[in-house]
Design a protein around this ligand. Sequence first.
Ligand SMILES: *Cc1c(COP(=O)(O)O)cnc(C)c1O
Length: 500
Amino acid sequence: MKPSPTYLDYAATTPVDPDAARAMSECLTSEGDFGNPSSTHLYGRAAAARIAQARAQVAALVGADAREIVFTSGATESNNLAILGAARNSAGGGRHLISARTEHKSVLDPFRRLEKEGFSVSWLTPAGGGRIDPQAFAAALRPDTVLAALMYANNETGVIEDVAAIGALCRERGVAFHCDCAQAVGKVPLALHDLPIDFAAFTAHKLYGPKGIGALYVREGARGLLQPLIYGGGQERNLRPGTLATHQIVGFGVACEVAARELPVEGPRIERLRKRLWQQLEALGGTHLNGGAAPRVPGILNVSFEGVHGEALVGALSGLAISTGSACSSESPEPSYVLRALGRNTQLAQSSLRFSLGRPTGESDVDRAAAEVAEALTRLRALSPARAPEADEVAAPLVSGEAGGPGADTWVRFHLLIAGDIVKEARFQAFACPHTMQVAAWLCGALRGRRRQGLIPGTPDAWAQEHHVPPEKLGRLLVVEDALRACLTHWSEALEYGDR
Ligand SMILES: *Cc1c(COP(=O)(O)O)cnc(C)c1O
């Protein structure tokens, strides 16, 4: 049996801490605290007491008061509640909002929704160092600005923003300030009472709690700035009505208590592991650390690899469970905006991997990951040779043609060794997803023996059918066809100008 892949995707989600799981299981069955926490009888009061304890545990981890914690279904809902709730509530006072293009989707999308409702949003991009510049933020503030949102730590790069400086600018101008803390809670010490933050979003499943539960911190005094998204029984100070999910909340609470206890030791330990991993990856050559100039959370390492496509790399790393910054899919065809904003070109943004380390990670996991990447890189870089065939390596004249261009999402170059009017041998170099590589490799075989007239065997449509390429990737095969067309053009020119 193959060993299970090494899990290095703790920024996507974490397993539930065993103590948290045990506490959750005590709130489900008839022997446990299953009562409705809103009921006034003994069963209800037992559940309510569990929730009160959990609320205190969550508040303690982030340096807040228990009454400032509003339980939600997770950070997505918390971000929506803060952004939609504060903007809609203050629409009379102004319709200008500020956020950043590097935010999580659950922040970007509510702001886009508000744009449709008539708000205008200033979208900031990070400065060279990788963080949003407080001066650029100050310049974006307007008299009619009512709300700004900036994340504490970025989920792709781990970069920590200067929320103290930016929150202070907001407070000076009476602008509400929301901070998505999903990647920071339990990873770095957080004292919300010491920060000029009005609302902050958390989620349990990024810190060894269960999925489907999170919280919004609503600073005492900022409650009036919000309107709810849903209406019902009045729970959570009317901001998030509905029967509280006792077992989820209890699991979240225990996870926060464990995190608070372990943070002083775990933070430095994980940071050492991250540095160990980067040292080994850096030694491979052609590797770039993304966000390296800025302060970062300990557990996230985002690296771009020259000359290989991220999708090909993830595909080759069968022993590792990690994320690529840019999935080659119809779902997200764009390379990571976060990495583009850090100044990476499309190819480097496309070829990035996010390694995220967690509590169960040890030195052997990190070393295994580095070894696996080294092996895959060597294999893939050999498949896609960075150099063209040498002139003296080939007796026959050489015709080359390329399309897509360095820095683009897909780049292909063919080299045809020709004898008279016939292709003797064909080779290719490419920066492309595995489907495109496969078609280019197949074409090299198919080109052998073909004449100049009718060089191109079939159409991209037919190649896609033959090789089961998904329709949304057809555009990449057009680049392949263009590279062959460029070969044809150069071949004709060579004949015309008597390159004999
Ligand atoms: C995971 C994450 C979210 C979404 O949290 P859910 O609880 O899964 O909805 C929001 N923001 C950031 C930065 C995240 O990493």
